[in-house]
Design a protein around this ligand. Structure first.
Ligand code: ADP
Ligand code: MG
Length: 699
C-alpha cells in the first residue's frame, strides 16, 4: 500500500452509492440486489452489450435477426384474434413496410398507435407470418416537427433488476464515469499490461467501454474485441482465475477420504466387460485412482467427447470408493440421464455385491423415504440421481466421491453443496465430467480449481456418422428417408432450432413441425419434446422414445445432453445454421451410438451465407469435437449466432473465456506470480470483479 493511503481514506471502494445524485437509501438497496454496493461496483458494472442506434435502416433493407432502428408511419394498427390475441401495427417508410407484434399491450398503447403516427422502433426482426416482423420492439413516438436526434455513439445495455430502468442505470453510470476524472481506480496490474493493450490507464479503458466515442470501431465493440475491452477482460479473467485458485487452496485444507481398496474388484469388473477399456480410459482412471489415495479431496474434471466412454471411467472410480467402504453419488442433469446411469451402474456393479439406489424428483413419498433411509444408513453404496441429491434432507452416511455428469449444467454453488454431505470430518472427492470440448489452457484457467484429464480417444469400431447438407427444398425426400428408416425398425430425431432467446417461438415451431410430420407420416408414432413442457411430460416422451414406442422424436435443442438411444440412426437438424458448431456436435452425438451406420442431415434454410456454409461443411467433414471447437472459434464472425454461454453464478462481465482464449496463458502466468507474492492485490482484484459473488463459491 502506498504510504499516503491513510491520508486519502476515500477510495472508489469506500464511496457509497448515495454519493450519486438521485440515489437515496431505497435506490441503493435496489442496486445492492445486483451486487452494486459502492462507486467502484458501478464503474465495473460493464455493458452487457451495445445497441447500434446511430443509423436508421430503411425497412426495405431489414435482415433477419440483425438489430436495427427503423422509422416510419403507422399504416394500420389492429387487434388480431389468432391463437393469441395480439396487437399488430403495420409500419411503412419509403422503401417498404413491416409488422410490429405485441402480445402484451394496454388500451392506451393501442390508442397512441393511430394511422399516420410517426414511430421510431428498435429491435431485431424475426421471421413471422407476413415476412420479417418485430416482436415486442422498444419504440418511441417521433414528433414530426421536432424529431429527437438519433444517437451518435453506441448505446450501452446494462444488467438490471426490478426497480431500475435501463435509462436510469445509464444515467447513474454516466455520473460515475464523470467522477472518474477526480477519483481514479487503483491500478493493480503491472504497468506493461496497460501498455500492451494500448490503454493509458484503467480509467481510460472504463470510460471508453461505458461511453464509446462516436468514431469508435463499432463492430469491434459489438464483438468485445476492442483492445480496451480486452484490457478489462484480461483483468477480469485474472480475478476469476485467482478466486478459483483460492477455492482450490481452501478445498485442499480439508481432509479427503483415502480410498485404498478395490483393486481386485476393478480387475474382475474389467475382465467381465465385453470390451477392453481404451488406452485413454485407462490413463484417466489411473490419474483418478492416484488422487483417491491421497488424504486431500480430489477436484478433477474429465473431458471426453460424446461417446468416449466417460461413464465407464466413473464406474471404475465408484468401485474403488465403494470397496473402500464409502458411498458414491452420481449426479446427472436430467431424470432420463439419471435413469440411464442407474441402469448401467446396476448392471455393472450389482454383480460385485454393491447396492445401488436412485433418487429423483418423481419418486413417490414412500419410496423416497425408504431410499433416504438407505442413503443415511449407508446400505445404499452407489446412489444415482438428479439435483434431487443436492437437497437438504439427503443425508449420506459417509459420502466418499461425488461424480457430476455434464457439469456445465450445474453451478459451482450446487456442486459444492455435496461437499458437506459426509458425516465424518472428511470432504468427499469430486469428479466432474463434461463432453464440452475445452482446450487445456482454457480449462486450466476457466476451471482453475480443478485438475484436468482428457479422454482423447473413442472406442474402436464405431461407424462414423455420415453427415450431409441439404436445402429445405429437399424436404419431401428427407421425409421418405425417415419413412424408410423407421420402416426397417430404426428410429429418428427431428430437431427444430430457433433463435435462442425465445423458447415460446421454438415450442410453437416444434409443435407445427410435429403436426406436419404427423400428416406426412401417418403410420409412425411421433413424439414431441420442447422446453415448454413440464419436466415430467418431457421425461414421459423421452422414455417412450427410449422404449421404441415412438419412432420419430421431434424436439427443440432440449435433447442435447447425453441421451443414449442406440437404435436411433437418423437425425435431421432443421436450420442448423442457427446453432454454434459445438452445439451441433453435441446434438449429432445422439446418433451413431449403435453398430448400425448413422446419418445426420443438416437441413439448411433458403438463404445460407457463405460463412454459414463453410461452418456447416466443418460438421460434414469432421466428427472430432476438438477440431470442431477450434474451427468454431476461428470461424465465428460478426453477426453469426453463438452457442449458449456458460451459465453460473460467477458469469463474466466483459470477458468471454472462449473468445478471449488467447489471453489465458498470460492470465495464468501473472496469476501464479500474484498468488505467490502479492496476496493484497489478489484480494483487491477479487473484491473488484467478483465481490459479493465470492460467497457463492465458499467451500
Ligand atoms: P459418454 O462419454 O458420451 O458419456 P458413454 O459413457 O455413454 O459415453 O459411452 C458410450 C457407449 O460406449 C456406451 O454404450 C458404452 O458402454 C460404450 N463403451 C464405453 N467404453 C467402451 C470401450 N472401451 N469399448 C467399447 N465400447 C465402450
Ligand atoms: Mg455421458
Amino acid at each position: 500500500m502506498p504510504a499516503n493511503s491513510t491520508q486519502l481514506p476515500e477510495t472508489l471502494e469506500t464511496l457509497p452509492l448515495t454519493k450519486l445524485n438521485g440515489v437515496g437509501t431505497r435506490m441503493a438497496a435496489t442496486l445492492e440486489k445486483i451486487g452494486l454496493h459502492n462507486l467502484q461496483d458501478i464503474l465495473f458494472h460493464l455493458p452487457l452489450r451495445y445497441l447500434d442506434r446511430t443509423r436508421i435502416t430503411p425497412i426495405g433493407q431489414l435482415q433477419l435477426n440483425t438489430s436495427v432502428v427503423i422509422q416510419g408511419q403507422v399504416l394500420r394498427s389492429q387487434v388480431m384474434m389468432g391463437k393469441r390475441r395480439s396487437l399488430v401495427v403495420q409500419l411503412e417508410d419509403d422503401t417498404g413496410s413491416t409488422c410490429l407484434r405485441f402480445y402484451h399491450f394496454s388500451g392506451q398503447q393501442k390508442d397512441k398507435l393511430q394511422p399516420g403516427t410517426l414511430l421510431r422502433c428498435y429491435g431485431d426482426p424475426r421471421l413471422g407470418s407476413s415476412g420479417l416482423e418485430f416482436y415486442h420492439p422498444e419504440y418511441e413516438l417521433v414528433d414530426n416537427r421536432q424529431p429527437s436526434p438519433i444517437a451518435t455513439t453506441l448505446t450501452p445495455v446494462y444488467g438490471l433488476t426490478d426497480g431500475i430502468s435501463q435509462q436510469r442505470m445509464r444515467k447513474l453510470v454516466t455520473q460515475a464515469v464523470e467522477l472518474l476524472q477526480a477519483q481514479t481506480p487503483d491500478e493493480y496490474l503491472p504497468a506493461e499490461i496497460n501498455r500492451d493493450f494500448g490503454s493509458a490507464s484503467l480509467a481510460q479503458a472504463l470510460t471508453y467501454v461505458h461511453q464509446p466515442p462516436a468514431d469508435a470501431p463499432v463492430q469491434q465493440l459489438l464483438n468485445g474485441t476492442h483492445p480496451l475491452q480486452q484490457r478489462l477482460a484480461f483483468e477480469e479473467l485474472l480475478a476469476h482465475f485467482l478466486v478459483r485458485r483460492q477455492i482450490r487452496a481452501e478445498a485442499q485444507q480439508h481432509l479427503g477420504p483415502q480410498l485404498q481398496s478395490g483393486a481386485a474388484q476393478v480387475k474382475s469388473f474389467v475382465a467381465s466387460l465385453p470390451f477392453t477399456p481404451t488406452k485413454a480410459q485407462q490413463r484417466v482412471f489411473k490419474e483418478i485412482a492416484a488422487d483417491l489415495l491421497k488424504p486431500v479431496p480430489m477436484l478433477r474434471m474429465v473431458q471426453g467427447d460424446v461417446g468416449s466412454g466417460k461413464t465407464l471411467v466413473a464406474a471404475l472410480a465408484a468401485i474403488k470408493c465403494a470397496a473402500s467402504g464409502y458411498q458414491v453419488a452420481i449426479v446427472a442433469p436430467t431424470e432420463i440421464l439419471a435413469e440411464q446411469h442407474f441402469r448401467n451402474f446396476s448392471e455393472w456393479l450389482t454383480p460385485l455385491g454393491f447396492e445401488i439406489a436412485w433418487l429423483v424428483g418423481k419418486l413417490g413419498a414412500a419410496k423416497r423415504r425408504d431410499t433416504l433411509a438407505h442413503i443415511a444408513s449407508g446400505t445404499a453404496q452407489v446412489i444415482v440421481g438428479t439435483h434431487a441429491l443436492f437437497q437438504e434432507d439427503v443425508d449420506f452416511a459417509n459420502l466418499g466421491l461425488a461424480v457430476i455428469d455434464e457439469q456445465h449444467r450445474f453451478g459451482v454453488h450446487q456442486r459444492l453443496t455435496l461437499r458437506q454431505k459426509n458425516s465424518r470430518n472428511e470432504t468427499p472427492h469430486q469428479l466432474v465430467m463434461t463432453a464440452t470440448p475445452i482446450p487445456r489452457t482454457l480449462a486450466m484457467t476457466a476451471f482453475a480449481e480443478l485438475d484436468y484429464s482428457v479422454i482423447d480417444e473413442l472406442p474402436p469400431g464405431r461407424t462414423p456418422i455420415n453427415t450431409v447438407l441439404l436445402s429445405q427444398s429437399k424436404r419431401a425426400q428427407i421425409i421418405e428417408r425417415i419413412r424408410a428408416a423407421c420402416g426397417e425398425g430404426r428410429q429418428a430425431y427431428w430437431v427444430c432450432t430457433l433463435v435462442e432467446d425465445s423458447e415460446t417461438l421454438a415450442a410453437a415451431n416444434a409443435e407445427e413441425t410435429a403436426q406436419l410430420l404427423r400428416e406426412s407420416l401417418p403410420e409412425l408414432t411421433i413424439g414431441l419434446v420442447h422446453g415448454r413442457l413440464k419436466a415430467s411430460e418431457k421425461e414421459a416422451v423421452m422414455a417412450e422414445f427410449k422404449a421404441a414406442q415412438s419412432q420419430l422424436l421431434v424436439a427443440t435443442t432440449v435433447i442435447e445432453v447425453g441421451v443414449d438411444v442406440p437404435n436411433a440412426s437418423l437425425m435431421i437438424i432443421e436450420n442448423p445454421e442457427r446453432l454454434g458448431l459445438a452445439q451441433l456436435h453435441q446434438l449429432r452425438g445422439r446418433v451413431g451410438r449403435g453398430a448400425i451406420a448413422s446419418h445426420c442431415v443438416l437441413l439448411y434454410g433458403a438463404k445460407l451465407s457463405q460463412q454459414a456454409r463453410t461452418r456447416l461443411q466443418v460438421m460434414r467433414d469432421t466428427s472430432d469435437g476438438f477440431v470442431i471447437a477450434e474451427e468454431d472459434l476461428a470461424l465465428r464472425g460478426p453477426g453469426e449466432l453463438l452457442g449458449t454461454r456458460q451459465a453460473g453464478e460467477m458469469s463474466y462481465r466483459v470477458a468471454d473465456s472462449q473468445r478471449d482464449e488467447a489471453l489465458l496463458p498470460r492470465v495464468n502466468q501473472l496469476g501464479l506470480i500474484l498468488l505467490e507474492h502479492q496476496p493484497t492485490v489478489v484480494a483487491k482484484l477479487i473484491a473488484r470483479w467478483i465481490g459479493a459473488r465470492r460467497s457463492y463459491a465458499h467451500v
